[in-house]
Design a protein around this ligand. Structure first.
Ligand code: PHE
Length: 457
């Protein structure tokens, strides 16, 4: 079986597919709004530390497990470590299902922004009325319709298999997305609010510090890098033996982090430049990508008429290249565990996830009770609760399992061999030490601290 495994055409193919998985709504939608909600600089600092200290080492660990085993996560843990370790794989499968369910709903919002921008590009821009986004979120048929469309698109690509289609698509789309991000960043830098934005993002204020911020930042770093649920194990399993694990992981992390920072900087620059915007944002930080940004293409940018619809198509594609990796984790696990056909596995996974999507889709004003209940401090409604549980608890736990597995269960000789090292370098020792001690201790300490802090309401 292992010998028949398809491989990416090149290391660039892997990098673009893995960056496609990593770069998504986590960068464009979530990072700016969680940064804003957590007061800026302190959060960003902890986030960057988490990316360096946990993100790169764990990304390497996941790619390495996948490439070594040449299998999807559950059988990968099984074949390299035995039955007990498959729990880590299954936790990842559950997390993938949970994330996919609400992620598809938000991805649907980008389709609406695309249509909206097409309208403005053709008929001329007019500022949308206040509250139109809120009304859109509460409109159940529209929410469900967009979610169905997005779920079917994901199912279609996953059903067709990832390597050929995904690799080709991501190699074209990701570079275009990067170019638009650069243009967006440059335009934002010329706006009068850009200094204020940069200060908010890069000046930590220790007074705003709270242990919960660390958990949010760690959760965000896992979420945005697609770590902790086996997506990178799955993609790593299609990586050929000659590609460098370190260089691949580092490239993906750098690209992902740059996109997140540019997205955040651009949005904050707009918020601080346009009068009245700050008040508008306070009401719906969640809608930043969809409410704050669109107008700016038309009022401040050269070529906005073309760029705006193009940008939201790319947001949708960035989301799609992420949902595909989530779907692939589910489907490849079902195929391997149940010996189902790809068609059957895709149908069952899509049905299960969509059932959960319905709850998420009606939880932003559609159904009052599902939108307002709160189990975890400021997280309200099904969508926010699922996001909090998956990103801040399940992914770090999955990451913890992976670091322990690679650090303690796999033999150092295997690690060395996979990294292509004849003899261990100091960097290798440092990496193993991070996986064995630093990362597990850090993740466990944060989870325990927040759990014991009874910080839930
Ligand atoms: N990394 C993706 C994003 O930032 C989300 C994702 C998480 C995808 C986990 C796959 C696995 O949008």
């Amino acid at each position: 079986m292992a010998s028949e495994r398809v491989h990416w055409g090149s290391r660039l193919g892997f990098i673009m597919a893995a960056a496609g998985s990593a770069v998504g709504l986590g960068n464009l939608w979530k990072f700016p709004y969680v940064t804003w909600s957590n007061g800026g600089g302190t959060f960003v600092l902890v986030y960057l530390v988490a990316v360096l200290l946990l993100g790169i080492p764990i990304m390497m660990a996941e790619i390495l497990v996948g490439r070594r085993a040449q299998r999807s996560p559950v059988p990968a843990f099984d074949s390299l470590g035995g039955k007990n370790w498959t729990a880590v794989g299954w936790l990842g499968v559950l997390a993938a299902g949970v994330i996919l369910s609400y992620y598809s709903v938000i991805a649907g919002w980008s389709l609406r922004s695309f249509v909206q921008c097409m309208g403005w590009s053709i008929h001329g821009y007019h500022a949308p009325s206040a509250g139109s986004f809120t009304a859109f979120l509460a409109d159940v048929p529209t929410q469900l319709g967009l979610t169905v469309m997005f779920s079917l698109a994901t199912a279609f690509v996953v059903y067709r298999g990832v390597s050929g289609g995904i690799e080709r698509t991501t190699q074209i789309l990701m570079p275009i997305l990067f170019l638009i991000m650069i243009y967006l960043g440059i335009t934002a830098a010329t706006m009068k609010g850009s200094g204020h934005a940069a200060r908010m993002i890069f000046t930590p204020h220790l007074s705003t510090f709270h242990p919960r911020i660390i958990l949010e930042a760690v959760g965000q770093s896992f979420f945005t890098l697609s770590l902790g649920l086996g997506a990178m194990i799955t993609y790593g399993s299609y990586l050929d033996k000659n590609s460098s694990v370190l260089k691949s992981a580092a490239s993906v992390v750098v690209l992902d982090t740059l996109v997140a920072l540019v997205a955040c900087f651009s949005m904050f620059s707009i918020i601080f430049s346009v009068p009245g915007m700050q008040d508008k944002v306070q009401g719906s930080t969640v809608g930043m990508l969809f409410v704050t940004l669109p107008g700016i293409f038309y009022t401040e940018m050269h070529g906005g008429v073309i760029l705006a619809p193009l940008f939201y198509v790319l947001v949708a594609f960035a989301a799609l290249t992420s949902t595909i990796s989530l779907g692939e984790v589910l489907v490849s696990s079902f195929i391997d565990a149940k010996k189902w056909s790809r068609r059957r596995a895709t149908a069952v996974a899509t049905g299960m996830v969509f059932t959960a999507s319905i709850l998420a889709a009606v939880s932003n004003g559609g159904i009052e009770a599902l939108s307002t209940f709160s189990v975890f401090h400021d997280k309200q409604g099904v969508m926010a609760t699922l996001d909090y549980l998956a990103a801040n608890w399940m992914l770090p736990l999955g990451g913890l399992g992976t670091t322990l597995f690679v650090g303690w269960k796999l033999k150092p000789e295997i690690l060395q061999e996979e990294l292509g090292l004849k003899r261990p370098t100091w960097l290798f020792h440092a990496w193993v030490w991070v996986l064995r001690v630093v990362a597990p201790a850090a993740i466990a300490a944060i989870l325990v601290a927040v759990a014991l802090g009874k910080d839930f309401s």
